[in-house]
Design a protein around this ligand. Structure first.
Ligand code: ADP
Length: 451
């Protein structure tokens, strides 16, 4: 809101870095050198892909977790434990099933030592404010998801937090419920009906961020760094159909998709620090499904070979989080290129769209020979006399390069792509990857082709 530039920051993060230790004792870098300030009057959205570290950052700001390096200050004082001036709203609120709505809302006040009579009055007022008047004595199981989330908001607001933190608070709700709750919360905030001084909302929805926040901080992934910190100067109430609103969404979309301005940047971005500096680092492949890839390319071909990613995302009902891995896969296979928020088909992309299934398989197969994970699999399978190897073997290798979870994911995607493209066979019962005679021939051709 107003005058935020001139007031003392509520939150200051200086060089905040967070690492987690993996089960194999290697560190994985999640947040890298995050420096930012949040001032009274600001509604800040933290936008980034899932798994980028947004919740981790929120937990550090509220004092629920501590950084590995760097400093967190609240009103100029170091945060060393849970910040009592902050409250958190989660995606789905853990309400106590044996307590009524009123008792659930009173809980936070009880912890603060507020006396019973005042506790009761404040909770009743908040329940009214958040639109649950008449439900004071209901139990959580009698409420819809939207109403439960309202109780979650009331519980967080009951303690009159200076800083309200929200971790994807609308993402578990159906569209209409979410939309209502968003505008009601905005109304409470903009009309100063709550004493909250600043709001910090984690989201992966670009439209949601532009609809609600007056500042958007965009994070990258692996590790999370601040890619952009932009003000949203649109007046409230905002209208999603307003050209200025759509323009702003488009701008944010461009920044988000611009993470991979260099076509291979995201495909080669480290998912973890190299575990062993002497060993060449294996490049991760994007988490793209081939069926979605075909659908996307066909749609773009229908549009004359080029379309705005934001339009494509909304048409396919995909959040940018789900769309990016597919566009990254298209770029990795040289089927398309992303430039300034638009997706263009390459010549190969046009050939792919016009091809039948067996030709499509061949196009992808030829691309796979250029990708390190597939080169590795091909080399191993061809070096074995039976041309077969258990999946576990590759899993172990990948775990040298990625977290345990990511290694499994990488192998699953590689197996899906490899099977589709007849690059190798995979037997789900024996968990064996193997090459058949025709593949042995074609792989040699493929290597010659690509060299
Ligand atoms: P986001 O909120 O952006 O989806 P998170 O902050 O939840 O991301 O997680 C970021 C990364 O940190 C993920 O890869 C997640 O698996 C990892 N992570 C989160 N918490 C822990 C933890 N306690 N121990 C190890 N890794 C974790």
């Amino acid at each position: 809101m107003q005058n935020s530039q001139h007031s003392e920051p509520l939150v200051r993060l200086l060089g905040v870095t967070k690492m987690y230790v993996q089960p194999d004792n290697y560190d994985i870098l999640i947040l890298d050198d995050i420096t930012l300030e949040i001032r009274p009057g600001e509604f800040v959205a933290l936008l980034g892909p899932s798994g980028s570290g947004k919740s981790t950052l929120l937990r550090i700001i509220t004092g629920l977790s501590s950084p590995s390096f760097g400093t967190v200050l609240y009103r100029g004082r170091p945060v060393t434990g849970p910040n009592l001036h902050a409250a958190m709203v989660f995606q789905s609120f853990a309400l106590y099933p044996w307590l009524t709505v009123l008792q659930n809302v009173e809980l936070g006040l009880q912890a603060k030592g507020v006396l019973p009579a005042e506790r009761h009055d404040r909770a009743v007022k908040l329940i009214d404010l958040i639109g649950l008047n008449g439900y004071e004595d209901a139990f959580p199981k009698e409420l819809s998801g939207g109403m439960r989330q309202r109780v979650g908001f009331a519980r967080a607001l009951a303690v009159e937090p200076e800083l309200l933190c929200m971790d994807e608070p609308f993402s578990a709700l159906d569209f209409l419920t979410a939309e209502n709750l968003r505008s009601e919360l905005l109304d409470l905030w903009l009309e100063s009906k709550i004493p909250t001084r600043a709001i910090l909302m984690v989201t992966h929805g670009i439209e949601e961020a532009v609809y609600m926040a007056d500042r958007i901080i965009i994070l990258s992934k692996n590790p999370a760094r601040i890619v952009s910190d932009m003000p949203i100067a649109l007046p409230y109430p905002r209208n999603r159909k307003d050209p200025a609103f759509m323009q702003m969404v488009d701008t944010v979309y461009k920044v988000v998709t611009g993470w991979d301005d260099n076509p291979h940047q995201s495909a080669v971005a480290d998912l973890s620090e190299p575990k062993n500096p002497d060993r060449p680092h294996l490049r991760p492949i994007p988490h793209g499904h081939l069926s979605m890839l075909s659908g996307l390319l066909e749609l773009v071909a229908d549009r004359g070979g080029r379309d705005d990613l934001y339009h494509l995302g909304s048409e396919l009902l995909l959040e940018v989080d789900d769309l990016l891995p597919v566009t990254e896969t298209a770029e990795l296979f040289h089927l398309a290129e992303v430039k300034e928020g638009d997706l263009y088909l390459t010549d190969l992309g046009h050939q792919f769209v016009e091809a039948d299934v067996s030709k499509r398989k061949e196009i992808i197969r030829n691309q796979l020979y250029d990708i390190p994970i597939f080169r590795l699999i091909d080399r191993v399978l061809r070096s074995k006399t039976n041309h077969a190897m258990v999946k576990e073997f590759f899993n172990d290798i990948l775990e040298e390069h990625f977290s345990v979870e990511e290694a499994e994911r990488q192998l699953m995607i590689a197996i899906n792509w490899g099977r589709f493209a007849d690059f190798f066979h995979y037997d789900t019962d024996t968990e064996l990857l193997y090459l058949a005679d025709d593949q042995l021939l074609s792989s040699q051709e493929g290597v010659q082709d690509s060299e």
